[in-house]
Design a binder for this molecule. Structure first.
Ligand code: BES
Ligand code: MN
Ligand code: MN
Length: 463
């Protein structure tokens, strides 16, 4: 089939493709909050129905210890290559609700300067319902036009946004069923609608929670203040000490295993278009901030970080309460890069955090989920098939870039199934993922549906 036919199919079915996605976006499948459990389960059923309607077989809502994985496949010939599509149907919590311009689970299409053709505003529109659903619609297109050139398997999970803790066991139990030649994932971003790019790496993650305890009870801050360690003051000092003047992380051993890129690789990475003025304007910040000696693209792509995600304790209600609190807490995450390992880094963090605590407080450190970093080869047949597909549909060669986010399951796929992944993302960093007013361009959605069949065609066409 030539590409005009693909484009025609997308144009003719455009409204239905949008309506179906909106239907899925109305289901508040928030995996982090148990309150939404019935909705998450309802979402799994909806994904199952959509896969069946598109022509998938052996479709199943497969149980795990947590939320189920939706599996489906279309095997046309065992001799042909098999593409395993991964996506997630769960979404991040929508709060703070008051900052949304329209309700997070009532999708609406509005234009923005970046999306003149309109963007769908809803939680999960880009991350990852919109991007995952492109694959279901591209599959439908290939089924209806009789042009599916290889076998396809789908696994759409429901716990990505909470660390995919139960997925490893499921993957291990389903190794046979998951046999494939490549994993295809649309859950990352590209540089811009006129600047296609493909992520060739993801950062890993080590997520910690700390509790600092001072006195055994909250105290009058006048009676005891100045004489007893305030755990919030102490926690702030401890956190501040974990970056030095150059914004290097001070945990001993933290950088030991970080893979250094060659000058040539760094030069390549910095070729990606980046406008500092636009970046600052978009975020309304006076200046950028980060590790000395590295560019913004390097800071988010190839360098590890340590960030406080939340900090609490003491009195935060209306008005003023004079109190010297007994406890202080923080959630601290570290983004990891190739060479680093999440268990090792979690241990280094815990050891260091305990060491720097003054005697006046007790500390407790707990590790939450982790994930390992990933690099994708740019010389594999699969990568070249994806790059060619983008070139064919955008008329421009995609730029290889490093994604700063994490998809922990990608490293696990390599470990358990021996399979590489292609990060075929069509979202934009400015689409407000995990933020209020998340959106996904109508152009991006339809262009993705158009580009995916080209990947299949190129990939099936073995060198
Ligand atoms: N889709 C994102 C990851 C992402 C976004 C990668 C943009 C590259 C560019 C994914 O849903 C996500 O948010 N992952 C979490 C990790 C998880 C363990 C909670 C993340 O990166 O914080
Ligand atoms: Mn995602
Ligand atoms: Mn996400």
């Amino acid at each position: 089939m030539d590409h005009t036919q693909v484009k025609d199919y997308v144009q003719q079915n455009k409204q239905r493709f949008l309506d179906e996605l909106m239907e899925l976006l109305r289901i508040p499948s928030v995996s982090a909050d148990p309150k939404y459990k019935p909705d998450v389960l309802r979402m799994a059923e909806a994904v199952k129905e959509k896969l069946e309607a598109a022509g998938a077989e052996k479709v199943e809502v497969s149980q795990t210890k947590g939320y189920p994985v939706v599996y489906g496949e279309k095997m046309i010939d065992p001799k042909l290559p098999t593409v395993l599509v991964y996506g997630h149907y769960d979404v991040q919590p929508a709060d703070p609700l008051e900052l949304w311009h329209s309700p997070p689970f009532e999708p609406v299409i509005k234009t923005t300067p970046i999306h003149p053709d309109g963007a769908i505003f809803a939680r999960g529109s880009c991350d990852d319902k919109g991007q995952a659903y492109m694959h279901v619609k591209a599959f439908e297109l290939m089924m209806r036009t009789n042009t599916l050139p290889c076998n396809v398997k789908f696994m759409i999970e429901g716990e990505e946004e909470v660390g995919s803790a139960n997925l490893a066991a499921w993957v291990k139990e389903n190794k046979e069923r998951l046999k494939a030649d490549i994993i295809l994932i649309s859950d990352t971003s590209m540089i811009g609608n006129k600047t296609p790019s493909i992520d060739t790496g993801l950062r890993g993650l080590a997520y910690m929670e700390v509790e600092v305890t001072g006195p055994n009870r909250d105290l009058h801050s006048g009676v005891y203040g100045g004489a007893v360690a305030n755990p919030i003051n102490i926690l702030c000092k401890m956190i501040a000490s974990m970056h030095d003047k150059s914004n290097h992380i001070t945990i001993p051993g933290f950088y030991d295993k970080v893979l250094k890129l060659s000058a040539k690789e760094r030069k390549e990475l910095n070729k990606a278009p980046f406008k500092l003025a636009n970046y600052k304007k978009d975020l309304e910040i006076g200046d950028i901030h980060g590790e000395k000696g590295f560019t913004t693209l390097e800071r988010t792509g190839i360098r590890p970080t340590l960030d406080v995600n939340g900090i609490w304790g003491g009195y935060t209600g209306e008005g003023a309460k004079t109190v010297l609190p007994s406890k202080a807490y923080a959630k601290i995450s570290m983004r990891l890069v190739p060479g680093q390992n999440s268990t090792q880094i979690s241990n280094l963090f815990a050891k260091h955090f305990k060491k720097i605590a003054p005697k006046g407080v007790k500390v407790k450190v707990t590790a939450h989920h982790g994930g390992e970093p990933v690099v994708v080869s740019t010389s594999s047949h699969a990568y070249l098939s994806a790059a060619k597909a983008m070139e064919q549909s955008y008329g421009k060669k995609p730029i290889p870039t490093r994604g700063g986010g994490s998809i922990p399951i990608v490293a696990l796929f390599k470990k358990e199934l021996g399979l590489d992944s292609i990060l075929f993302g069509f979202g934009l960093d400015s689409d407000a993922l995990h933020s209020p007013n998340e959106h996904y361009g109508v152009f991006n959605y339809l262009k993705g549906i158009e580009t995916i069949p080209l990947f299949y065609k190129n990939f099936a066409n073995q060198k």
